[in-house]
Design a protein around this ligand. Structure first.
Ligand SMILES: [Ca+2]
Length: 409
């Protein structure tokens, strides 16, 4: 494995080829090119007709308004039940159902009196497992009145939820109000993944990012298929590692606010929000066995941290994309498009920036090479993307209180 120092040099060479600036002050996202081919080709017995997207430099997207009028919306998702419903989360604690562009009269779930909402706290994430259509069980990530991250299971019945059905599965005390992560999603194998920030403040003063003995600064992986509580999957990298929390799947993260699994091939894409200088997109192939160290707080993207310090040695997984403050201030991880409405957009990973409103698209080839392009300047506080039952993608404007559907021409 290459050290980030080497990769920074590669990144510099790449950026020079592109005529951009080097390891500091990039105006557009820079691809950190791999030096090995990470993905082996696979063969299938059945001939599969693969959608043919247009070249990335010919892809044109627009945003079609779906619905507005929300208060600080920060997530949208389908339930995977084929109902066509969208679920929109408000930071202040309510989740609403949107059906054919119309909001439900009453909230699907109202946790207003259970959440804290200062700083980066609130109702932050929701996930529906494949079993949802049969048992109605789903999961949320919120900070409680004390600011403690809470992963709970609820039971839905139609368009409503019985608050008394709450089962708190996991709580994580947060030392500061910011960097709570908040994303939860089910992986292709059915385990629940939880994004945890480094606990907050600035610069990760407690060193949680590099400490796999804490649940902070990590992505956790747990089995919630049992009746009570959760179990640690036996194949978690740290399941029986002395001094480690067995729930940790990958670490060295600062605030993985939004991540997603490619629903077609299972790759994991993570948007990890940077400190003062660099935003990054991290990548984990479906074949990963976990245990990746994404570098924080020894590295901010491919750059040693704090700035000016010597590059730390060790095995780190560098990002596949990084960008500086000229391009944005807070990365928002998105989704790989796997819907059927816009073949032109197939296989494109969309991501953006909360501060600048830029929306980029990238494509990752089988040999790991990536091409990246600015697709749209939204002007939004682009807080999240979302994916519905059929794989169509959405954008959430936190400030404008609105949800948009991504349309390709
Ligand atoms: Ca990193």
């Amino acid at each position: 494995m290459n050290t980030p120092r080497i990769l920074c040099a590669i990144s510099l060479a790449t950026t020079l080829l592109l005529g951009l600036t080097g390891c500091s002050g990039a105006e557009e996202p820079v691809v950190v090119q791999p030096t090995t081919t990470a993905t082996e080709s696979t063969t299938t017995a059945v001939e599969v007709i693969t959608p043919q997207p247009v070249p990335l430099d010919q892809l044109v997207i627009t945003l079609e308004p779906v619905i507005d009028g929300f208060t600080q919306p920060l997530f949208v998702t389908g339930a995977g039940d084929g109902s066509g419903r969208l679920f929109v989360l408000e930071k202040t604690g309510r989740a609403w159902i949107v059906r054919d562009g119309v909001r439900s009269a009453k909230p699907f779930l109202d946790l207003s009196n259970a959440v804290s909402t200062d700083s980066e706290r609130g109702l932050l994430g929701m996930a529906f497992p494949p079993t949802f259509p049969t048992d109605g069980l789903f999961y949320v990530d919120y900070t409680d009145r004390d600011g403690t991250t809470t992963i709970s299971r609820f039971t839905a019945s139609g368009d409503t939820v019985d608050r008394a059905s709450e089962q708190k599965l996991l709580t994580v005390v947060q030392p500061f109000a910011n960097h709570n992560g908040g994303m939860i999603a089910f992986g292709p194998e059915g385990y629940l993944y939880i994004g945890m920030g480094d606990g907050g403040s600035s610069g990760d003063p407690k060193g949680n990012g590099q400490n796999f003995g804490t649940l902070l600064g990590a992505i956790l992986r747990i089995d919630v298929s049992g009746t009570d509580g959760y179990a640690v999957p036996p194949d978690n990298t740290f399941a029986s590692h002395k001094g480690a929390r067995p729930e940790v799947w990958a670490y060295g993260l600062r605030n993985p606010w939004r991540f997603s699994f490619d629903r077609e091939i299972g790759d994991l894409w993570i948007g990890d929000v940077g400190q003062s200088t660099w935003e990054e997109i991290d990548f984990q192939p479906a074949s990963s066995i976990g245990g990746e160290n994404y570098g924080w707080n020894l590295y901010e993207a491919t750059h040693s941290y704090p700035p000016g310090t010597a590059a730390a040695s060790g095995e780190f997984t560098p990002p596949v994309i990084e960008y500086g403050r000229a391009a944005g201030q807070s990365v928002t991880g998105g989704y790989v498009y796997r819907g059927s409405a816009y073949e032109a957009m197939w296989n494109t990973y969309l991501y953006g920036d909360f501060g600048s409103g830029a929306l980029w698209g990238l494509r990752r080839a089988d040999d790991g090479t990536i091409e990246n392009r600015l697709l749209l300047e939204t002007g939004f506080s682009l807080v999240s993307f979302g994916e519905d039952d059929s794989g169509e993608l959405y954008v959430v404007d936190f400030g404008g209180g609105a949800i948009y559907r991504v349309v390709a021409e």
